[in-house]
Design a protein around this ligand. Structure first.
Ligand SMILES: NC(=O)c1ccc[n+]([C@@H]2O[C@H](COP(=O)([O-])OP(=O)(O)OC[C@H]3O[C@@H](n4cnc5c(N)ncnc54)[C@H](OP(=O)(O)O)[C@@H]3O)[C@@H](O)[C@H]2O)c1
Length: 386
């Protein structure tokens, strides 16, 4: 029986993970759950799955939960320290890292430092401090299993092959809900339109990242650190159908890919029970019905965020953390209709241009870059505010 902690249990990845656990009660047991502010959703989850400990980032939400759960034995923690405490829970074997954004860095690193295996959906910490996270993972004998569907596909396509034989990693991108729009049309796109993803049902932040293609920029950085492959060997291909989840090309010309219907429970369950494949109730992939799979080059002019991801990786040090923080601030401002869709890239670009990159040797270096970039991006947002 594997003992599981889910960081971000109330989100899209978190609830999909609980679905899998509910389907396989003999294989998994929940020992810890965390959320940001949604105390009522977390309460329903803790009453159903009976973890030993839960945490809410928001202190007031934690206090509300505490007062309602006196009839349970659950330990309720709060704040960043509370998240880290649950992430290191002594009985936990595997931590599903599924918080959205840089807020996941401290608890995910705490899990790694406590020697827990990690299933990583929360890509932003890997963007902020990928080298540090991998060094810590090596030091503590921790395996980081990718949950992102593209990285899971690459992980699966690398199985049984020699790393030195790899020529290219090819990440596929759906192109998101705005792929066919001109820049002129994008200028007027409201959040409700950008939130309508054609293939995946995900949280709001990653859905906007898909619309700008920043999601792919973040994934290029994530792939660099997860697979220890330089940026020059990582490419992106737009594949509107989201059936081929990514590909690996080898030096003899062979290309190995992983395919499947777009359902996050497949990569989540693979990361949870690797190398076993769980019998999920998935409809079979009907390629005859789909008929055609299409591929095209990304359009860097209409979608500058992808190039910004490559640029941050090329500069290195604190620049990817700066990119990530500026993106979080810009996306939040866009969702509140404080800036327009095209201004997301402008805020990120402006923040990166003002940043003097330094190396990241410690967690504090990454957190300091994150803090600086949020402040800078905030000022750029306010200068544009409608
Ligand atoms: N969704 C997908 O299909 C998918 C696919 C690939 C990768 N990912 C990655 O997985 C991560 C999660 O994505 P998602 O779509 O599941 O996001 P989501 O639905 O927005 O859920 C985010 C989770 O993080 C919690 N959270 C938010 N802010 C927090 C904070 N400051 N401190 C602690 N917890 C916080 C939320 O709690 P509350 O509910 O209380 O706010 C929620 O549990 C992201 O990094 C995303 O890029 C997602």
């Amino acid at each position: 029986m594997k003992q599981i902690v889910i960081l971000g249990s109330t989100g899209s990845i978190g609830t999909n993970t609980l679905d899998i656990i509910a389907q396989f009660p003999d294989q998994f047991r929940v020992v810890g759950l965390t959320a940001g502010t949604k105390d009522e959703v977390l309460e329903a989850q803790l009453r159903r799955f009976k973890p030993a400990a839960v945490a809410l980032a928001d202190e007031n939400a934690a206090a509300r939960l505490q007062s309602r759960c006196r009839d349970t034995a659950v330990r309720i923690c709060s704040g960043v320290e509370g998240l880290a405490q649950v992430a290191q829970w002594p009985e936990a074997d595997l931590v599903i890292s599924a918080i959205v954004g840089g807020a996941g860095l401290v608890p995910t690193l705490a899990a790694i430092r406590a020697g827990k295996q990690v299933a990583l959906a929360n890509k932003e910490p890997m963007v902020m401090a990928g080298q540090l996270m991998q060094e810590e993972a090596r030091k503590h004998g921790v395996k980081i299993f990718p949950v992102d569907s593209e990285h899971s596909a690459i992980f699966q396509s690398m199985e049984g092959h020699r790393r030195e034989d790899i020529r290219r990693l090819i990440l596929t991108a759906s192109g998101g809900p705005l792929w066919n729009l001109s820049r002129e049309q994008m200028q007027h796109v409201k959040p409700e339109q950008a939130l309508r993803h054609p293939n995946w049902k995900m949280g709001a932040k990653i859905t906007i990242d898909s619309a700008t293609l920043m999601n792919k920029g973040l994934e290029v950085v994530e792939a660099r650190w997860l697979f220890d492959v330089p940026a020059s060997q990582i490419e992106v291909l737009v594949h509107r159908e989201s059936i081929v989840h990514s590909l690996v090309e080898y030096r003899d010309g062979s290309v190995i890919a992983q395919l499947g219907t777009p359902d996050m429970r497949t990569p989540i369950s693979y990361a949870m029970q690797y190398p076993e494949r769980l019998p999920l109730d998935q409809p079979p992939l009907d390629l005859a019905r789909i008929g055609t799979l299409t591929f095209q080059e990304p359009d860097h002019e209409r979608f500058p965020c992808l190039g910004l991801g490559y640029e941050a990786l090329r500069i290195g040090g604190t620049m990817p953390a700066t990119l990530n923080a500026a993106n979080e601030v810009a996306v939040a401002a866009y969702l509140q209709e404080g800036i327009g869709f095209l201004e997301i890239a402008e805020v990120i670009e402006g923040t990166m241009a003002a940043h003097k990159p330094r190396s990241i040797a410690t967690l504090d270096d990454a957190l300091e870059a994150d803090r600086w970039a949020r402040e800078k991006a905030d000022s750029l947002v306010h200068a544009r505010a409608r």
